[in-house]
Design a protein around this ligand. Structure first.
Ligand code: FAE
Length: 526
């Protein structure tokens, strides 16, 4: 019989949990030639964009690396034969340590979309931080497992504004193109886009934008568009065309385990330890660090604690994960020399969502691909970038749904309150972003004779969501909390590589900028 995660899980229950789960969580390391004893030269925390770049660059330079990731390695199929669930049928694989989904669109015509799920270490985390909440991917591959794959360059003029020290010729002409190449970006074929029933929703929104005098552009992605075309032709199993996205894609998604991390593993120098959360870091008097970790089993329960030693640590746990870890390690005396800058410069990247109702002459189609390909670029006029997002409900709903990213100067602090991460963000800090987005779509509604949807975001007839983000940024700002090499001031053998380095607004979806900045940081540290 093939041993899968799920048959092992069953076994875990039979054995009463601990023995087998210890075997499971240690499995990847036992299989490797590396050793747990002694001091590791390099430990990477997390496995999202920044961490994957660090793993790739270090291993390619001949360094051995231990990578510690708090989520699962998503490889083994469940009882339904699939590794990931669709958005319509979530289960214990879908939500990180929770018992209900938190859908970005809460209701349609008063009908709630959230569903109960069994508790487990699933792939998508929804975390309330006070007046702002965040979504984040959890697992080997981080955000690349769940995100929309939209990979855009920031405007140089805006980056110069928010983080001038990186917005130079080399960043735009070397680091961004390098990241684009290594992420395997591609774009939809225009003839397929114009003809496919799966992109009627995008064409309708594109045409409204053009009639409104806005620029509509095609957005690059790491989802494989050749595969997507074959999905449409029914010659391969469907994924983007089968409602798969925010809980993972079973096919087509060229996530980090297929690109950067695959190349790092191919060197034989990368050891991966999953279901292991780094909870605190301590500087050792004799140099190097100790990382205190909690190990979970596949039911999400912490089954053991373990400490690893490293000479150098690369922090890639994301804006929330890395900042939380550093704040805790400073507070408990583990990293006493960290600067007061830790936790500052945080923001939700101006994320606002909204829907518009189209007239019946402008259908959006019952069949919608989950991969967004059209962006409405109003950055140089209004300071918004608006991606046309799908609402794949399986019936004609005439809704154009958007995730807008508004340029904004609002920032706040990320703090630990009773050891729980909280932001000091207050509601009025979203006003600038909402006002830019309202300007963008009031004009479109005027031109099109259309109206906003009031039934998508809960009971209060809310038109814009301004209280959650897919794009948490900041907390460890490059050049402020770190040196210009990404090394933490006060503890320079700790190197930060993730989205915490970027101040809370970059005007566009962040994954490409995070990857490019990690390439720059690793140039100085590999
Ligand atoms: P990230 O990718 O979040 O990886 C951090 C990793 O660290 C995760 O795997 C965590 O499980 C792990 N971790 C955290 N704490 C610990 C700890 N204490 N110990 C061990 N491991 C830990 O970090 N961005 C775009 O540019 N385009 C999009 O289309 C897009 N769509 C999105 C859609 C969704 C639903 C979501 C949630 C995000 C989306 N994003 C998008 C945002 C993007 O995925 C995010 O900015 C990057 O993934 C952040 O990269 P980092 O390297 O900072």
């Amino acid at each position: 019989m093939e041993v899968t995660r799920r048959t092992l899980l069953k076994g875990t229950a039979l054995l009463g949990g601990a023995g087998l789960t210890n075997y499971l969580s240690g499995h990847s390391i036992l299989a490797s030639s590396d050793t747990l004893s002694g001091t590791h030269t390099n430990i990477i925390v997390g496995s999202g964009y920044g961490a994957a770049v660090a793993a790739y660059r270090l291993t390619r330079r001949g360094h051995r690396v231990l990578l510690i990731e708090m989520g699962q390695r998503w490889e083994q199929p469940g009882a339904d034969g699939k590794v990931f669930t669709s958005m319509l049928t979530p289960d214990e694989r879908s939500v990180w340590l929770g018992q209900s989904t938190t859908s970005p669109v809460r209701t349609i015509q008063g009908v709630p979309l959230d569903q109960s799920v069994p508790y487990g270490p699933g792939i998508l985390d929804f975390k309330s931080l006070g007046r702002m909440s965040v979504y984040r991917g959890v697992g080997y591959g981080g955000g690349s497992l769940v995100n929309g794959g939209i990979s855009l360059r920031p405007r140089q003029s805006y980056l110069r504004n928010v983080l001038p020290s990186i917005a130079d010729y080399r960043f735009f002409n070397y680091y961004l193109p390098t990241a684009e190449r290594r992420l395997n970006l591609n774009s939809i074929r225009s003839q397929f886009f114009e003809e496919s029933e799966w992109y009627a929703f995008s064409r309708t929104a594109r045409d409204s934008a053009v009639r409104s005098g806005y620029e509509a552009t095609s957005m690059p992605n790491f989802y494989d568009f050749d595969y997507l075309e074959r999905e449409a032709a029914d010659s391969v199993p469907r994924s983007a065309l089968a409602n798969e996205l925010i809980y993972g894609n079973n096919f087509g998604r060229m996530s980090l385990p297929h690109t950067y991390l695959a190349l790092a593993e191919a060197t034989g120098r990368l050891t991966v330890r999953t279901l292991t959360e780094v909870v605190s870091i301590r500087a050792r008097r004799q140099g190097g660090f100790e990382l205190d970790c909690a190990e979970r089993d596949y039911s999400g329960v912490v089954v053991s604690n373990r400490t690893f030693r490293a000479k150098r640590v690369f922090l890639g746990a994301g804006s929330i994960g890395t900042t939380e870890l550093l704040l805790r390690s400073r507070a408990n005396g583990g990293l006493p020399r960290l600067s007061e800058e830790i936790g500052k410069g945080w923001g939700p990247n101006g994320n606002i969502t909204l829907g518009r109702t189209n007239p019946s002459a402008l259908p959006t189609g019952p069949n919608q691909s989950t991969i967004s390909v059209t962006g409405i670029d109003c950055r140089s006029s209004i300071g918004t970038y608006n991606e046309v997002a799908p609402l794949p409900l399986g019936f004609e709903n005439y809704i154009s749904y958007y995730l807008s990213i508004a340029e904004t100067s609002e920032r706040c602090d990320l703090k630990l309150v009773d050891d729980v991460p909280q932001v000091t963000w207050i509601e009025s800090q979203a006003d600038e972003a909402v006002s830019r987005v309202r300007q963008t779509f009031d004009h479109m509604n005027d031109i099109e004779g259309t109206a906003y949807r009031t039934d998508l975001f809960g009971a209060e007839n809310k038109i814009f969501t301004d209280d959650w983000t897919y794009h948490p940024l900041g907390g460890v700002i490059f050049g402020k909390a770190t040196t210009e090499k990404g090394r933490l001031k006060g503890h320079e053998s700790l190197v930060v590589v993730d989205g915490s380095l970027l101040p809370g607004s970059i005007g566009v979806n962040p994954l490409l900028t995070i990857t490019a900045l990690a390439e720059k940081v690793m140039d100085a540290n590999a």
